[in-house]
Write a protein that binds this ligand. Structure first.
Ligand SMILES: Nc1ncnc2c1ncn2[C@@H]1O[C@H](COP(=O)(O)OP(=O)(O)O)[C@@H](O)[C@H]1O
Ligand SMILES: [Mg+2]
Length: 468
């Protein structure tokens, strides 16, 4: 925080802060807004953030709280002026205002000798609104401060940093006083416990000898090493997320979850999940079937060998699924089926419906079902892969050893939608361009895991749904 305040006070015109979560970014930004408005009598402070909710609740909640506590903005009688929800107006030419990031028109046409533009969660803002805000900064004493969590390289702050024109301040959670000292003196901010907890969900432990040095995070108080995944990189280290370089499901994670040579004996499974990725009929594409035998909570589910068929027409595929379903039933195994219903897959699902087979059609571009406790997942395909990744991090699966499958899975890329900043998975077509074939083994596997969630949703099996 001191670094941010020093840069600001020294008059730096363009300041970019990129930081981990919970470092005190919003708190620092609010302090700067209040300081500026109280210091310059001819000033306008324009504030915005990634959404109107962020502006109103977070940034302005903090601005109002600080203004009240510090008894700022008093009238002649020493009473505090009314602090509006997103407006503090001292007079017509001296005020601070919250601006919606969705209405660039409202961000234009401000004139004053001193203008401050303050932007929180800046990676979530469109170029249009940033350009509109920057347009107000012609005055010689104007400043802009942009604060962000560096999750998205397709963003204004990333370009700003690359341009070399901005003073950049970087905050890693490991540098925060709470974390350095192992206490919680700054209540509500990052702690060692938070880092360890987040590394469990966002990363996984590695042996130091096992991986490249540069892609690892060292936790000094545990003396352990973790994979520097994109999300851990941005949210913990405050570094620009490297989505391209870091496979979403890295090879080390796959290898850690391989079927052990000696599997502890367990009761035969009564439930089997199957995911069918239907061939698009392009080049060497195949229809791929992936399977998991499902066990109790204490035992990871076992992946079985893939079945792969080339050049089968949709009717033959539907027949095959029906036969599998019936033979499992005869053996007393419940088969839970998810079928890729995108495009040509629709032919198969129509046929199965006629035969009254229970299955879950999945259209990859449909909305996520909300299985994963985050709102920034763009579609069902991304949700499938987030679930698969989480199950691997949680050691819930034993995967089979199949080189092509591992290659596909480890080269799945996480992408960020340019429309609304939500996460998606690189499309089949993009992967095909890169790998030369589409990721059918990986998709079938993700579908088989998704089948279990869809079934639990159908049966309102809450423990299963919550069991992330
Ligand atoms: N210097 C500080 N003194 C006391 N509390 C602070 C300080 N900085 C941050 N906090 C508290 O830490 C928490 C996280 O701060 P916040 O500004 O919301 O972080 P960020 O925006 O980086 O996620 C908040 O509860 C805030 O009140
Ligand atoms: Mg914040």
């Amino acid at each position: 925080m001191q670094d941010i305040f020093d840069a600001f006070e020294s008059g730096e015109k363009k300041i970019l802060v990129r930081s981990c979560n919970g470092a005190g970014k919003t708190t620092a930004l609010a302090a700067i807004c209040n300081w500026y408005l109280s210091t310059y009598e001819d000033s306008i402070v324009l504030t915005t953030a990634s959404s109107w909710m962020q502006v109103k609740r977070n940034l302005w909640g903090e601005i109002r709280k600080q203004a009240r506590n510090a008894k700022l903005y008093l009238d002649e009688k020493g009473n505090q002026l009314k602090l509006g929800e997103t407006l503090i107006k001292l007079n017509d030419k001296h005020y601070m205002i919250g601006i919606s990031p969705r209405i660039p028109e409202n961000a234009m046409g401000f004139h004053a000798p001193h203008i401050l533009v303050a932007v929180d969660e800046a990676t979530g803002l469109d170029r249009e609104i940033m350009d509109a805000l920057m347009g107000n900064l012609s005055g010689s004493d104007s400043q802009i401060i942009m604060i962000c969590n560096p999750i998205d390289r397709e963003s204004y702050p990333y370009e700003a940093e690359q341009s070399g024109e901005w003073k950049v301040i970087h905050i890693s959670a490991f540098d925060h006083p709470n974390v350095e000292n192992g206490n919680e003196n700054i209540h509500g901010a990052v702690t060692r416990e938070w880092i360890v907890d987040r590394l469990k969900s966002w990363s996984f432990e590695l042996k130091f000898e096992a991986a490249e040095f540069a892609r690892m995070i060292h936790v000094k108080w545990l003396d352990k090493w973790f994979r520097k995944t994109a999300i851990a990189q941005a949210r913990i280290l405050g570094e620009w997320a490297q989505l391209e370089a870091a496979g979403f499901i890295p090879l080390e994670l796959i290898q850690r979850n391989l079927m052990p040579t000696l599997v502890p004996s367990s009761q035969p499974s009564k439930v089997r999940a199957i995911g069918v990725d239907i061939s698009r009929g392009v080049g060497s594409d195949a229809t791929v079937y992936a399977y998991f035998d499902v066990y109790d909570d204490a035992t990871p589910d076992h992946q079985l060998n893939f079945k792969v068929f080339y050049d089968e027409d949709l009717m033959a595929t539907a027949d095959r699924i029906q036969r599998e379903y019936e033979s499992c039933k005869a053996e007393g195994i419940q088969l839970i089926i998810a079928i890729d219903d995108t495009g040509v897959g629709g032919g198969v699902t129509d046929k199965l419906r006629q035969e009254e087979i229970d299955f879950h059609p999945v259209n990859f571009s449909q909305k996520p079902k909300g299985f994963f406790p985050r709102k920034d997942i763009a579609n069902a395909r991304a949700e499938m892969y987030f679930l698969l990744q989480q199950e691997l991090l949680d050691r819930k699966l034993y995967l089979i050893d199949n080189a092509k499958f591992h290659q596909e899975l480890s080269s799945i890329h996480l992408d960020i939608s340019h429309v609304n900043g939500s996460f998606k998975i690189e499309s089949k077509e993009e992967v095909r361009k890169r790998l030369g074939h589409s990721p059918d083994y990986a998709d079938a596997t993700a579908l088989a895991r998704y089948a279990l969630r869809l079934e639990a949703l159908k049966n309102r099996d809450w423990p299963m749904l919550m069991g992330l």
